[in-house]
Ligand binder design. Structure first.
Ligand SMILES: *[C@@H]1O[C@H](CO)[C@@H](O)[C@H](O)[C@H]1NC(C)=O
Ligand SMILES: *[C@@H]1O[C@H](CO)[C@@H](O)[C@H](O)[C@H]1NC(C)=O
Ligand SMILES: *[C@@H]1O[C@H](CO)[C@@H](O)[C@H](O)[C@H]1NC(C)=O
Ligand SMILES: *[C@@H]1O[C@H](CO)[C@@H](O)[C@H](O)[C@H]1NC(C)=O
Ligand SMILES: *[C@@H]1O[C@H](CO)[C@@H](O)[C@H](O)[C@H]1NC(C)=O
Ligand SMILES: *[C@@H]1O[C@H](CO)[C@@H](O)[C@H](O)[C@H]1NC(C)=O
Ligand SMILES: *[C@@H]1O[C@H](CO)[C@@H](O)[C@H](O)[C@H]1NC(C)=O
Ligand SMILES: [Zn+2]
Length: 645
């Protein structure tokens, strides 16, 4: 039978069940029945919907024959289903439940369907449509430069990795924003309104509060600020170091801030691509193994084999054959418009798991592969859980797992073991080089991830209104990251929308949480694998003890509170997010940076933010002339005030 038709049959049967009010009188026992039903149907539904989405993203119709209208119909049916289920869910008085597992199941169910509260089906449709349109606009954005078309991947990504022409990068930076974010600016306010409407039914103040509920605390913004305050000193030192080095290269003017376009990627989110230009010890061997990989004629698939071997060396399961048969490893060159943002997929049938990635053979992509495979490992290990527990202990756990592996894989010791570097030189200079590279990836990412989510929370809560979307974006980015745009930005620009996770509506707090967690995990696993010596040299490769701990953690899914899972995982060390492992990891670099002669300039963000005219000034805007115009303004004011002439 055609899958899509089967899907309707399943859904129609379930909607008719809903109407019988089967679950009254809403006791604990009835809730268990509700859960069983919901799980069975949701698994079937998600399996089919995921297949449809997959076909849509890789623009293939071999798997299911989906017409545009059928696609929409399925989405709407699924929305109706969740909405009915949310309505039923609200009738259970979960606070009176005695079984704590059921209580937890209830709260997880709220997280899964808590955003299904829009009752008007046209508005539901509108919401889905806007989300899908923004996603498509972003993923198909291209820029035209001198009659040539450049797409984000691989063209622009590689430009920002390797080009060092200041004005050229500035042009590319602006063109990308003109052709992506700016185009979806008009859709965003309504997307925000509808998102908020979707969660009001379950008494969330706004969509931000709903999405934070996965972290099971009412205090997430303050908690994250508190954690960041412990990392800020190190970030500011790193920033000053980078500013000094880039200042020499680009003859930057003497301000404490940095322009956002010369840090090695389009968003200045991770800065490791500029490592070679600014590394302290020039005569040390390259860390970048990209050329070695190409020399060995590796193909994209080989990167997946390397990653799989790392996971299995810990005693974790190998990937099933379906993974190798069904994943997409390379950007197809048959003209299909594929969404190239790397992602890992669970098809909810306990068998089918896939990665979609336009892999290039490079060191960076090797780490991305390890990251995505971490998601797959999580899916495989919690496949026996009911639907509502098929998640990480919190969303940060899911993101941390694969990145945790890269902390081992990136060590020179490991790269030597797997024959991607020829010679292992280990001395203090090499260590500082290595730690600087890691800091450019990790420490630099902390304020970026915080700025992104702070902005989004501010938009959902209504503190940031559409008029101020772009202005506030730069307020946060300057405040946390010490960055300003290279050129003037105006009210009709929409720079946040030029970042995938904003356009696609993917929460970003999880990446900050994951950054902190992965160092906590690393510290614990290094201890379990009997590592001796500094944390940054630890490689958990082949440690069955480490694998056992990870497996135990992943198998739980989200069936226990993450604090409890973390407490057990760290052998009772802590049940909280704690940056001390991260600080310990970077300690030698921190001490080294303190000894460098780094000038201490203020971050005068307000100089760049013209609130009155709603303009964010560019780094390269001529300050002298702005100062003069300020003088003239003041003079005019004095003239009026004192009637001087
Ligand atoms: C969803 O439910 C509404 C009424 O609640 C109905 O009008 C609409 O046709 C349903 N949509 C689908 C696709 O069944
Ligand atoms: C771009 O193409 C147009 C028409 O195809 C041509 O007139 C123009 O000279 C080209 N510009 C450049 C910079 O090559
Ligand atoms: C963009 O990348 C593709 C794939 O590598 C390549 O074929 C194309 O020439 C690149 N475009 C430009 C303008 O460099
Ligand atoms: C830098 O790029 C610009 C175009 O944006 C070009 O005119 C200039 O010649 C380039 N400079 C160098 C040194 O290549
Ligand atoms: C969003 O909601 C606000 C407040 O209710 C309203 O003023 C505004 O017009 C809405 N915007 C859109 C695009 O729906
Ligand atoms: C590398 O350069 C440093 C100075 O930056 C020097 O002290 C050291 O001896 C050099 N090492 C090698 C192997 O050339
Ligand atoms: C994977 O592909 C191979 C070769 O095309 C085929 O023989 C095999 O049956 C497939 N396995 C699965 C599980 O789909
Ligand atoms: Zn991820």
């Amino acid at each position: 039978m055609n899958c899509t038709i089967m899907f309707y049959v399943v859904l129609l049967s379930l909607i008719s069940r809903v109407l019988t009010e089967k679950y009254a009188p809403y006791t604990e026992e009835q809730f268990q029945l509700w859960l069983d039903d919901w799980n069975q149907l949701t698994h079937a539904e998600m399996h089919l919907i995921t297949k449809i989405f997959w076909s849509d993203e890789i623009a293939s119709d071999d798997e299911i024959d989906v017409l545009e209208s059928e696609f929409e119909k399925s989405i709407m049916l699924s929305a109706n289903f969740s909405q009915e289920k949310l309505r039923e869910l609200k009738k259970f008085d979960w606070r009176s439940f005695k079984d704590s597992n059921l209580k937890r199941a209830f709260l997880r169910a709220v997280i899964v369907i808590g955003d299904s509260g829009i009752s008007d089906s046209q508005r539901v449709h509108k919401w889905k449509q806007i989300k899908s349109d923004m996603n498509t606009m972003y993923t198909t954005s291209k820029i035209i430069y001198k009659n040539k078309t450049l797409s984000l991947e691989p063209n622009l990504t590689s430009v920002f990795q390797s080009n060092r022409n200041y004005t050229f990068l500035r042009t590319m930076w602006k063109l990308w924003r003109d052709s992506s974010g700016k185009k979806l600016a008009k859709l965003y306010p309504e997307y925000i309104n509808l998102s908020n409407e979707a969660v009001k039914d379950y008494d969330f103040k706004d969509y931000g509060e709903y999405s934070r509920s996965s972290f099971e605390t009412n205090n997430l913004p303050d908690d994250l600020d508190e954690i960041y305050s412990q990392l800020e000193g190190l970030y500011k030192l790193l920033h000053r170091y980078v500013r000094k080095k880039l200042g020499e290269i680009y003859k930057l003017k003497n301000t404490g801030l940095l322009p956002a376009h010369i840090l090695g990627d389009l968003w200045a989110q991770q800065w490791h691509n500029i490592f070679e230009d600014i590394k302290p010890y020039k005569n040390k061997t390259l860390l970048d193994v990209t050329s070695k990989m190409r020399e060995k004629n590796m193909a994209p698939r080989d990167l997946f084999l390397i990653a799989e071997e790392f996971y299995t060396s810990l005693g974790l399961d190998p990937l099933p054959e379906t993974f190798w048969n069904n994943s997409l490893f390379e950007k197809p060159n048959d003209g299909r418009e594929v969404n190239c943002h790397a992602s890992a997929w669970d098809f909810y049938d306990g068998k089918d798991f896939r990665i979609k990635m336009c892999t290039t053979v490079s060191m960076n992509d090797m780490f991305v592969v390890h990251h995505e495979m971490g998601h797959i490992q999580y899916y495989m290990n919690y496949k026996h859980q009911p639907f509502h527990f098929k998640e990480g202990a919190n969303p940060g756990f899911h993101e941390a797992l694969g990145d945790l592996m890269t902390l081992s894989v990136m060590t020179p010791g490991h790269l030597y073991k797997i024959k991607l570097i020829d010679e292992l030189v280990e001395d203090e200079e090499q260590d500082i080089n290595f730690l600087l590279f890691m800091a450019l990836r990790n420490i630099a990412f902390a304020p970026f991830s915080l700025a992104v989510e702070k902005w989004r929370w501010s938009v959902f809560s209504g503190n940031t209104t559409p008029d101020n979307y772009n202005l506030d974006w730069w307020k946060f980015r300057c405040k946390y990251q010490g960055l300003v745009p290279p050129v003037d930005r105006f009210q009709d620009d929409f720079d946040p929308g030029s970042k995938y996770h904003i356009a696609a509506g993917v929460p970003y707090d999880r990446y900050f949480v994951s950054l902190i967690l992965k160092f906590q995990f690393h510290e614990t696993l290094c201890k379990a694998s009997n590592h001796k010596g500094p944390l940054f040299k630890c490689d958990i490769y082949q440690s069955k003890e480490a694998g056992k701990k990870l497996k135990h953690m992943m198998e739980k899914g989200s069936s226990e509170s993450w604090n409890k899972v973390l407490y057990e995982f760290t052998d009772g060390k802590t049940d909280k997010l704690d940056p001390s492992a991260m600080l310990e990891y970077f300690k030698p670099l921190h001490e080294w940076l303190l000894k460098q002669d780094l000038s201490e300039n203020e971050w005068n963000c307000n100089d760049y933010l013209d609130l009155k005219n709603n303009i964010v000034h560019g780094y390269d805007t001529n300050f002298a002339s702005r100062q003069t115009s300020k003088l003239i303004e003041m003079l005019a004011f004095l003239i009026v005030l004192f009637n001087i002439f």
